[in-house]
Design a protein around this ligand. Sequence first.
Ligand SMILES: [Zn+2]
Length: 229
Amino acid sequence: MRTRLVLTCEHAGKRVPREHAALFRGASRVLASHRGWDPGALTLARALGRATDVEVLACTWTRLLVEPNRSLGHPRLFSSYTRGLDAEQREQVVERYWRPHRARVERALDAAARKGRALHVAVHSFTPVLDGEPRPFEIGLLYDPRRRWERELARHWRALLRQAAPELRVRLNRPYKGTSDGLTTAERKRLPDRRYAGIELELNQAVLAGPRRAEVTRALVASLRGLLD
Ligand SMILES: [Zn+2]
């Protein structure tokens, strides 16, 4: 069965739509921090896209407006900046800034799954220290251990990464669990194991902002190509 890659980037940018600029007045530092977006994730996703000839489906609105990696109804779908909007305004934010990315990703996944099977790689980055807790590794691969194809892919990818760059520390289901609410979790409910694998690729932001970025990107490109072979 042919495997087709779908690349997405949910926290690609920190844009605020003009109609909601007032909500974020004085918040430029928060917007620019890891709370507002995933620094470095889109650049990496595009490098992977160029290497595999796949378009990156990216959401460039700040996650503080509405969180594209949470399901509708999740308590953290809206942030402290947007939670105070009334029900009608929230619905409008969902329609304009949440639903289009979700719909685009689902169309791409359905097209890939119809002709074979879809390997969905959602590219993210994580802050090296969260709430005083260091995260001493470069790469996390998040997946659902109950899904056989995903489990195999995550382990295989880790092995290929170790081949490409033995010093890289790759962790499975760290710094988050692949089964927590998110885009891949939602897609697993729509698409069966044999047609869909959703892996969140999590990169340490210290690596993406530092001198090892090119080397890590090369290792990811080589290993992703190997995974698709
Ligand atoms: Zn993210």
